[in-house]
Write a protein of this length. Structure first.
Length: 147
């Protein structure tokens, strides 16, 4: 499995390696094929607001967006299977962590897991789907904490 993490923020005070480790852990726990590739990007609020409005029609930044690869995902015979992109706005995560009384690290971890689960088919369109997704997020985060 390949996880690439890029920051569109300068300088980046967060550990990009931590995002990569968690991304690889989630993909392994979810039995994603070894040929899979995931891209994670950290963006500022301005870029996130632009993406949120462009793709969701909602003004202002959001915490995380996931952009899955169209099915079937076009790849060459020796190229990895592209799952898609997870975009995270750390400034929003910091605000949410403060509001929720949690740590920034735990909020960022939750957002990354949430984004990856979206790429793997989870959603929260209905209350039942939301409960399933939230339960899976907790299982993944608890397993990662025990690692």
């Amino acid at each position: 499995m390949q996880v690439s993490v890029n920051s569109h923020r300068e300088p980046e005070p967060l550990s990009l390696e931590a995002f990569e480790r968690l991304g690889l852990f989630v993909l392994g726990l979810e039995d994603v094929p070894d040929e899979a590739e995931l891209s994670i990007a950290l963006v500022d609020n301005e870029e996130m607001a632009h993406l949120n409005e462009q793709y969701r029609g909602i003004e202002g930044p959001t915490d995380v967006l996931s952009f899955g690869c169209d099915d079937p995902c076009p790849t060459g015979s020796d190229e990895p299977i592209t799952l898609g992109d997870v975009i995270i706005a750390p400034e929003v995560a910091i605000e949410q962590a403060t509001d929720l009384g949690t740590t920034v690290e735990s909020e960022l971890n939750l957002l990354l897991v949430h984004g990856i689960l979206h790429l793997l088919g989870y959603d929260h369109e209905s209350d039942e789907d939301a409960a399933i997704m939230q339960a899976r997020e907790q299982v993944v985060l608890e397993a990662y904490a025990a690692e």
